[in-house]
Write a protein that binds this ligand. Structure first.
Ligand code: FAD
Length: 394
């Protein structure tokens, strides 16, 4: 039984089915459910993780999976456009940008270094004076996340995964074992193993995980620029603009003309069902950023906004492991704002955990009830309502 058909759950259900299990996939609606974090038009796929070689390697392995998925699909859902990483100061050892660049080079990649001149000529929408340094990682881009989840779910059903629409309310226990789930409408569903992959709802549904997992609301804005054709690859790429110093990242304009800008900051802790909307203060901050960095977009009207939820692990690491105190329960989540790119690996990682198999990644991503406070390398850690002070930028 897999609870939650976001990218973690849908990938797990398909892989478990392929390993010969009878699989039931439960979700409250959809899938993809409109409120799920995976349900979106785009997610960044990057190997750029500062000096954190573990995630660089995990992303590298995931990229091989994206290539395979693209080959198997009628049309690619992962777009290898390249990923633009901009620094607001010359890249210095220790900065997210410099360490990501060094890690790429150490591992045999050749990112294109950009000074202001190169930025201005290759990517004219940017205020090149604002970013004197940076690079393009050619092995990266973005994925159509909602479409990927739909594809995983439909493949699963084609291969025998049984979908059930319902709201998980509690685990069903028989003695010391977890033996299924109870739904909010009173239905009881039996299973020998249960995977809870409920995203930001996980610490709500499994409260003993609250020392490790928090539900955090993050703002997303979709703009409708006047000339979207100028804001597409190769002249405009998915980007991280001094991301650890400012939080800003974004995507090229889509065929519908809309362009998404997100903020990889600390967000606001919130219950996923009471997440609220994107406030005026955030839109003001976005305008400040645009006027400074992307003048071509400063007057672009807002087409849509969305509050999306992170399932934040206190140590910034995904959580994929068996609960040692509840035989038969596996938890898969803790995406911490960076989990989607690993989609091609998530199924095998969850299935390995369920079967108690060790793998290259399980040591760091496996079960833990709490952890050291740490964030993923690109995360902007200054609370959202304080603009970064110059000396802290980059
Ligand atoms: C704004 C934002 C931007 C992001 N950008 C990126 C990015 O650029 N690159 C990247 O790699 N990652 C990114 N992420 C992270 C990524 O989106 C997540 O890590 C990933 O999508 C989490 O997937 P999930 O399956 O754990 O959760 P979800 O996709 O949220 O799925 C959870 C599912 O559980 C279901 N559910 C919840 N409660 C119940 C219940 N009681 N009963 C039944 N079903 C239930 C929900 O309906 C939902 O379908 C971003 C996240 C956000 C919020």
């Amino acid at each position: 039984m897999v609870v939650g058909a976001g990218v973690f759950g849908a990938a797990a259900a398909l892989e478990l089915r392929r390993r010969g299990y009878e699989v039931t996939l439960v979700d409250r609606g959809g899938p993809p459910h409109p409120e799920a974090s995976s349900t979106d038009v785009s997610k960044v796929v990057r190997m750029d993780y500062g000096a954190d070689v573990f995630y660089h390697e995990l992303a590298e392995a995931a990229l091989a999976g994206w290539d395979e998925w693209n080959r198997a699909e009628p049309r690619p859902l992962y777009h290898e456009t390249g990923f633009l990483v901009l620094a607001s100061e010359p890249m210095r050892a220790g900065s997210f940008e410099a360490e990501s660049f060094r890690t790429l080079r150490d591992r045999g990649y050749e990112p294109d270094r950009l000074d202001a001149g190169a930025l201005g000529s290759r990517f004219p929408a940017w205020n090149a004076d604002r970013y004197p340094d940076g690079y393009v990682s050619r092995r990266g881009g973005w994925a159509e996340s909602g479409a990927v989840v739909s594809r995983l779910v439909s493949r699963g059903e084609e291969e025998g995964v049984r979908p059930v629409e319902g709201t998980f309310a509690a685990l069903r226990e028989e003695g010391s074992r977890i033996a299924g789930v109870r739904l909010a409408d009173g239905r009881e569903l039996r299973a020998d193993r249960v995977v809870v992959a409920a995203g930001a709802w996980t610490p709500v549904l499994l409260p003993w995980l609250r020392p490790l997992l928090r539900s955090v609301a993050q703002p997303v804005v979709h703009l409708a620029p006047e000339a979207p054709e100028r804001l597409r690859p190769p002249g405009f790429l998915p980007f991280a603009a001094d991301i650890s110093g400012s939080g800003w990242y974004g995507f090229p304009a889509l065929p519908d003309g809309q362009l998404k800008i997100g903020h990889h900051g600390m967000g606001k802790e919130a219950h996923p069902d009471e997440r609220g909307g994107v406030g005026g203060a955030h839109l003001e901050r976005l305008r400040d950023f645009l006027s400074d960095a992307l003048p071509a977009l400063v007057d672009a009207p807002v087409a849509a906004t969305r509050t999306c939820m992170y399932c934040d692990a206190v140590d910034g690491d995904l959580l994929i492991g068996r609960d040692p105190l509840r035989d038969g329960l596996v938890v898969a989540g803790g995406g911490s704002g960076h989990g989607f790119k690993f989609a091609p690996l998530l199924g095998p990682l969850v299935a390995d955990a369920l079967e108690g198999r060790e793998n290259r990644w399980s040591n760091r991503l496996g079960w833990r009830a709490s952890g050291p406070v740490r964030t993923e390398a690109a995360r902007h850690t200054i609370p959202n309502n304080e603009p970064p002070r110059k000396e802290e930028a980059g």
